[in-house]
Write a protein that binds this ligand. Structure first.
Ligand code: PRX
Length: 652
């Protein structure tokens, strides 16, 4: 079937009410949760905490707030692993599948909640045997295999904090993170499968550990049967330790504010920040959002978050949220184009996936690959779709809605951050009418305001996105640096958390995320969002993907530079750049016309799929590229540099 012409341009008026077929069985069909939370947000969260989680001892104070330091559910004790695993088994659901795991080569494992309990207890005992105690840190550098959530839950069971380091990071990045956290143990694997080959991990750990004095032991899963160096006394095979470990490991109750994990994220400086998340508040909000935003029916749903556990999305919506809720989920090891570009759709069909959660950049890649790929498979099991990570352009939203959701699935566009721990702005799918490209409204219990430069709330129009009150899954700080925590998030606007994002509120009160504020350009004194220009470019029938940056310009302050990937079947003419410049001028206005359009074969992306705008700005401004080790393909730049040098600039 030919792809329909894209007639759905950016429009605040295009609305999609919750589909009738969906609403009929939705968990939430009215506004009562919003009303309850508006009336008393703390009481609302206290009720969720008690309803969704199993506490060993109840809390006496819902919130202690000494800006910017919050404590939630003070005096309460619970164990995260017990909430994610034991209680489901105790309730008679031990045979329920927790994880349908699919390896990239096609090997599979079916892990029930009883299996998970056995493995988590054994590995907790392994960690204990290696000297890990409550309060210690454990670094985890692993592929997407079941041992990864097992290792995380084993840490949680003991009250040791994990620091998961994404498998795409370089040895230097591992060293920095391990040293900052002073991790005692590293858990890794020989390798993991990516694009049909064993992508090595253990050699990176070996290089990294040359200068990490805190590390005493390394545990290595044998995933790919490759030859790796095992250092006598330090390195141990996972399967050997597990074979000797007892499956008996009682879960100790932890304080609600016990550190659960650190997750490092880049800020504006070179040094990554160890974002701290704790126990009771974090688990409450991830469980709440996972249940109500994805409308989880745990007995019948097969949920799938196609992210990597190395990022916060995987922590909250592969490990803690779904398991706390007793969900059955799919976990996939590899890339979406192996062995073919229909791999995701074949997995949806095979397991009867009901909810799919992925990123706009992935959706645009699927668009580029063409509708033939999803059309090879029966996707009728899907009943809800989600997106996360960046603003979704309306064209990608419409494509997802039509070609993946069959026009029957609500789309939840979820805005949140590593720092927020869980979703903050998105829709309850049985209640909220969506608009393609808008994350819609703050969730119940969440306070959001858009403010102007001076910090005054803006009722309608654009400004800075701020959070007005503490929320249960908020970061508790930056590891080892409370001042940096205060400065980074709480100093720009008095009494508010500043998220770093620009946003606008439309005439109907919908929130539209405009990207990071440093991605919002200022052209001759006009604020223009890179997202808006990208959206216009992607709306052109010849464009597959676009990234726009504001480069310093002596006349206009900043100038718009657009990097564009054309669709596979388009032969560019010398005038193609000019054509696209005019197209943008037509879509948004002459002020948004890019100065330069650079046609490129690919875009520089982090392994998590985020476009690296900083690098694109550097190319546009002719600067040194610096560290590009987190690029999916470091060679992308050679080509981009060559084309940038050739591209003609517009005269006006
Ligand atoms: O700019 C926002 C964007 O991603 C940033 C957070 O990135 P990170 O901490 O890596 O977490 C990503 C996964 C939660 C935000 O400051 N962002 C995330 N989700 C959206 C988004 N921008 C627009 N719409 C979203 N749905």
């Amino acid at each position: 079937m030919a792809e329909p012409a894209i007639e759905d341009h950016y429009s605040e008026d295009r609305t999609f009410p919750p589909p009738d077929g969906f609403v009929a069985d939705a968990l939430v069909r009215d506004r009562s949760l919003y009303e309850e939370a508006d009336a008393d947000p703390e009481a609302f969260w206290a009720r969720q905490a008690r309803e969704l989680l199993t506490w060993r001892s109840d809390f006496d104070t819902t919130l202690e707030w000494d800006l910017p330091f919050a404590k939630w559910f003070v005096g309460g004790t619970l164990n995260v692993a017990e909430n994610c695993v034991d209680r489901h088994v105790e309730a008679g659901r031990g045979d329920k599948v927790a994880i349908h795991w699919e390896g990239e080569p096609g090997d599979t494992r079916t892990i029930t909640y009883a299996d998970l309990l056995d493995e988590v207890c054994r590995f907790a005992n392994v960690l204990k045997g290696l000297g890990v105690e409550k309060g210690d840190r454990v670094a985890i550098y692993m592929p997407m295999i079941p041992e990864l959530p097992v290792a995380m839950l084993a840490c949680a069971r003991l009250g040791a904090a994990h620091s998961v380091i994404f498998g795409g990071f370089s040895p230097d990045s591992i060293t920095d993170r391990v040293n900052d956290a002073e991790a005692k143990v590293v858990v890794t694997a020989d390798a993991g499968y990516r694009r049909g080959v064993a992508s090595m991990l253990k050699p990176n750990v070996d290089l990294a550990l040359a200068s990490t004095p805190s590390v005493e032991h390394v545990v290595v899963v044998n995933r790919c049967d490759t030859e790796v160096h095992m250092e006598e006394g330090r390195d141990h095979w996972w399967h050997r330790l597990m074979a000797d470990a007892s499956p008996d490991c009682p879960a100790e109750p932890m304080d609600s504010e016990q550190l659960l994990y650190l997750l490092y994220t880049s800020g504006t400086t070179a040094k990554p920040k160890g974002i701290m998340h704790t126990t009771g508040g974090y688990l409450t909000q991830v469980a709440f959002t996972h249940k109500y935003v994805f409308d989880l029916h745990p007995d019948t749903d097969v949920y799938w978050c196609a992210a990597d556990v190395g990022w916060v999305t995987g922590h909250s919506y592969i490990v803690y949220g779904p398991l706390a809720n007793g969900a059955t989920q799919v976990m996939y090891e590899g890339t979406p184009d192996t062995p073919g570009r229909d791999r995701l759709w074949s997995i949806v069909e095979k397991y009867g996936v009901t909810q799919l959660y992925t990123a706009p950049t992935a959706i645009r890649t699927f668009m580029k690959w063409g509708v033939e790929e999803p059309e090879k498979h029966d996707l009728s099991s899907l009943r809800l779709l989600g997106t996360v990570g960046e603003p979704i352009n309306p064209e990608a939203w419409m494509w997802y809605h039509r070609h993946i959701g069959g026009e029957r699935c609500p789309i939840v566009d979820t805005w949140w951050q590593t720092e927020t721990g869980a979703m903050m702005i998105t829709s309850l799918p049985g209640v909220v009418t969506t608009k393609p490209g808008s994350a819609t409204f703050p969730l119940p219990g969440i306070g959001v305001e858009v403010v102007d430069d001076a910090g005054n709330p803006v009722e309608r129009g654009g400004g800075y996105l701020t959070l007005t009150r503490p929320w249960p899954s908020m970061l508790r700080g930056i590891w080892g640096d409370p001042e940096r925590y205060r400065d980074t998030y709480w100093s720009r606007f008095d009494g508010r958390y500043f998220a770093g994002d620009g946003a606008k509120i439309d005439d109907d009160g919908y929130f539209w995320l405009l990207g990071r504020v440093d991605d919002v350009m200022n052209i001759s004194g006009h604020r223009i969002s890179t997202t808006e220009v990208e959206s216009a470019l992607v709306a052109h029938e010849s464009v597959a993907e676009a990234a726009v940056v504001g480069a310093t310009d002596p006349t206009t302050g900043q100038a718009i530079i657009a990097y564009v990937i054309l669709r596979g079947n388009v032969e560019p003419t010398p005038e193609h750049g000019e054509l696209l410049r005019q197209h943008v001028a037509q879509q948004i206005g002459p002020i948004a016309r890019p100065k330069t359009v650079i046609l490129v074969p690919d875009l520089p992306k982090t392994r998590s799929g985020k476009i690296m705008r900083r690098l694109l700005r550097d190319v546009a401004e002719g600067r040194d590229l610096g560290d590009t080790t987190t690029l999916a393909d470091p060679h992308v730049f050679d080509e981009i540099n060559a084309r940038a040098a050739d591209a003609p600039s517009g005269e006006d």
